[in-house]
Design a protein around this ligand. Structure first.
Ligand code: CU
Length: 153
């Protein structure tokens, strides 16, 4: 079992390395939470050298992580999970409050301003998967918190 896991880890490492420079992540941050709040969003700008898509995100501090999209439907902002977020070659894609975001749910601890949240992004380019480790800084839980209410968290 250990050997298998090691082999898997090496395989992931080998597939990740050649593509490591393909996607750049700028200004990653996480909205801070108040005590007892179970969900928040992670935001950043992604730019891929080649056509790619963000297919998955993970964090050790969240039990469930999804890629979400916010849309205006009948004058009401709604968010929903999307299976993937397209990253067109050379074009920056912004994850921001009110738009796409990485939803961190089932939070294991309070997100305090100034702390750093590790987030792993899985990006697929031409069938190959790349793992990107991101360190997102926690910012104040103020402003435009309305998106959180829709999750009941
Ligand atoms: Cu969301």
């Amino acid at each position: 079992m250990t050997t298998l896991r090691l082999a898997a880890a090496v395989a992931i490492l080998l597939t990740a390395l050649p593509a490591a420079a393909q996607v750049t992540v700028t200004d990653p941050w996480v909205r801070g939470t108040v005590q007892g709040q179970l969900a928040t969003g992670a935001f950043m700008q992604l730019k891929s050298a080649k056509d790619a898509k963000l297919i998955e995100a993970r964090s050790p501090l969240a039990g469930v992580v999804e890629i979400h999209e916010m849309t205006l439907e009948n004058n009401v902002m709604r968010m929903r999970a999307v299976p993937a977020l397209a990253l067109p070659a050379g074009r920056p894609v912004t994850l921001s409050p009110g738009g796409y975001h990485v939803m961190l749910m089932d939070l294991k601890q309070q997100m305090k301003e100034g702390e750093v949240v590790p987030v792993t992004l899985i990006v697929e380019t031409a069938g190959k998967r790349e793992t990107i480790e991101v360190k997102a800084a926690v910012r104040a839980p103020t402003a435009r918190n309305d998106m959180m209410k829709k999750h009941g968290g």
